[in-house]
Design a binder for this molecule. Sequence first.
Ligand code: GDP
Length: 592
Amino acid sequence: MSENQEKVIQIAGSITVDELAKALGISVTTLIGQLFKEGIVATINQRLDFDTASIIIDELELKGVRLEKKNTATKTSEVRRELSDKAVSRPPVVAVMGHVDHGKTTLLDTLLNKKTVEGEAGGITQHISAYQLKHNDRMITFLDTPGHEAFAAIRQHGAMLTDIVVIVVAADDGVKPQTVEAIKFAQGANAKIIVAINKIDREGADIPRTMADLAQNGLQPEEWGGDITMVPVSAKRGDNLDKLLDMILLTADIEELKADVEIPAEGLVIESHMEVGKGSVVNLLVTEGELKTGEFIVAGATYGKVRTMLDFRGKPKGKATPSTPVTVTGFKELPNFGDKFVEVKDEKTARKMALLNAQSAADATASANVTSTDLLRMMNTVDNTKIFNVIIKGDVLGSVTSVVDSLKLIDTKGEITLNIVATGVGDITENDVYMAAGDENTVIYGFNVTVPTNISKMAARDGVAIRTYRIIYELLDDAKRSMEDLLDAEIVETDQGEMKIKGVFRVEKSSIIAGGEMLTGKIEAGMLGRVIRKKEYIGEVEVVSVQKEKMDAKELVAGEIGGIALKTEHKVAMEVDDRLKLFTREMKKKTL
Ligand code: GDP
């Protein structure tokens, strides 16, 4: 590597201390030493996230090294292994998302009824969280979106369930807050987006305006030179739904979705519950291999033998291929939503693996990986800055921007770091509360928006603060006060005066009786004083009472002579000619 050549280190999610040291070409000890300086006690196998690694590299001042996030959020997600040349194509996994009442349910219902009638007879007997339908003799798997919260959980497991997100937008209503959220989600999950512009049979339907709305939100229609397919449909009447399905399959073809089948089955848990008489009933989505009844599977800390396996209609299924949703019984305990499942050869292996999974889950909680937030927090305890996390929701983009800009202008004198966790247009949602939960210093501010009752209940349950305002200055005042609350109180001392000691009448272990002359300021009961002898500090005292002409007095002021009774914690050997420097000491809340 020449001097001015950059060394690029790619990090997918996280990197161990050992790997990072090797990549940087420094010793593990040096790296651990640097981490220690930042307040992190790390072991060689500890994982560091991207941001932490960046901060450490900055601190090390290594020239010519650049970190790069390796994009794992592609269709071959972490759960999906490298494909062999025997991989076969698989159906796309599609999620339907969009604003409430824009027609998601109607779309799925119409599609399923239509296709079920066209295909096999029977209809849907059982509601499960995923469906399959046949179009042009090819299968498409639809996931009934379990809410963004659940999706976030799945993402945490490193799995990308959906290949394609169909965003439903009502042509008579346009882009709404949850539409924006759906777009963000799909982009975050790196799924392909197809828009269904719905309710075109409605009188107020305005397709061009809806497209313009979408374009403003980052989705450029193909018709206008962009890359997003938009299909005008009527979910209710069934108009253009075949076209929508064509587009889904076309997208799947472009993506070349494939999976291996000649390997042990694996996939994800998409729903699980207990049923009387059946025990655990678990919905799985097979992503690799073929799952058959009688096989042993492990998911998280639980395992089982597939006793029964049904397709989404509730019909027995002997074998499930990739992208197929099935309902199985046989798990000993309920696995968690989002858990990966794998097929293993026998019960003994299954039991052992489940046990190992349980242990590593326990280890993970015990020595959690270091994230940048942890690092910031640790650094904060060192330099005393605190973090104030906010989530900002506003009625329109303009108000969100001005709230954010104004918040950034609050001068925190370097003592508070304002961290804007998320911003968005629209009412406060479940997802906002979900994001805020878990960090006590997070406040959700709503500007000109409302808080649905279920959301405020959820927030109350999770201890999340939601504050709504209609006047920006009030919001800013609150933010400032909240930041001030994070500041530690400080000790403030104020000079009050000085007395020259002219006589010491009694010195005991914890008290002194003396007399003197006030040179400056005043002395009164309750004040504290430092006894100073020729610049040398002798001890601290507290004034108990003051006497003037042998009578109790409130105070002595400059020029006056009088007697004083003092209290001490340790013996202070006061002498004539000592100076008593008086002061008051208060705990004061810092202000910004
Ligand atoms: P979701 O909340 O997104 O699942 O929306 P729904 O599927 O429940 O639909 C909300 C309302 O819009 C229902 O009354 C539907 O009948 C109606 N709706 C859905 N799609 C269409 C459509 O294409 N045309 C018309 N006219 N109404 C529709």
